[in-house]
Write a new protein. Structure first.
Length: 237
């Protein structure tokens, strides 16, 4: 195929292509929590500079989803550890451990709610500014239980193909190397069936390293016994 395929090695922002426009842009740019490593910026640059009118983006649509989780066992093992480190109380370090989201498989038995979609992006029209956002979420508890974490995953869609395709990293689908992303709460919330946990999720690139993400989650829960409102910061590195 050497007479049909030309490889050009280099950053898309720096190379010179032998054509003015291209018909298709294919890229596997997705990172953990979809946006980790900030590779989508480069894809949008290539789209704006090279994609011909009517050309294809593969994939062309992405979305992110969230559920509430019960996870008392992991919380006790990994974070309760700091309360007694071989006889030394080091609980002041616990918040540092919790502030880094866990990239891991979510056991389906730990899921307490239906999924809430909090991010949806059309790659034909998306802008780099859209990747810094603050969106609301709301999930409804399907049982009386304690919420220890929020779990997130993403889907990517190929909507313009004649045979439309979807790649899902959902815990209900076969496991991928992206797994899912879990945000543990500083203050687990004892919730009752039918009540809602809501808030906002804000995401931006880290100022120290643009490949990393700074994430802020707010938690709001209220029932006859509880009225909980607080904010928690995370860094995905």
């Amino acid at each position: 195929m050497g007479d049909k395929i030309t490889f050009i090695r280099g950053k898309v922002e720096e190379v010179t292509l032998p054509v003015d426009k291209v018909d298709i842009i294919i890229s596997e740019w997705m990172g953990y929590f979809l946006l980790f490593e900030s590779m989508l910026d480069t894809v949008l640059y290539a789209r704006d500079k090279y994609l011909a009118e009517g050309g294809l983006m593969l994939p062309d649509r992405v979305s992110m989803h969230m559920v509430a989780l019960e996870d008392a066992k992991y919380t006790k093992e990994k974070f309760g550890f700091w309360d007694d480190v071989y006889g030394v109380k080091m609980s002041s370090l616990k918040h540092i451990a919790i502030s880094e989201p866990l990239v891991e498989k979510i056991p389906k038995k730990n899921i307490l709610t239906a999924a809430c979609t909090f991010f949806d992006l059309d790659l034909y029209t998306a802008k780099v500014e859209d990747l810094t956002f603050a969106h609301k979420y709301k999930v409804c508890l399907n049982s009386d239980n304690t919420v220890y974490a929020l779990g997130c995953w993403f889907d990517v869609d190929f909507t313009k193909l004649n045979d439309k395709q979807k790649l899902s990293t959902s815990p209900y689908k076969p496991l991928t190397h992206w797994q899912q992303t879990i945000f543990y709460l500083n203050k687990p919330i004892k919730a009752t069936k039918g009540n809602t946990l809501s808030g906002s999720i804000a995401v931006k690139k880290s100022e120290e390293n643009f490949r990393e993400l700074d994430i802020k989650l707010s938690f709001h829960y209220r029932d006859d016994k509880e009225d909980i409102n607080y904010v928690q910061l995370y860094k995905l590195r």
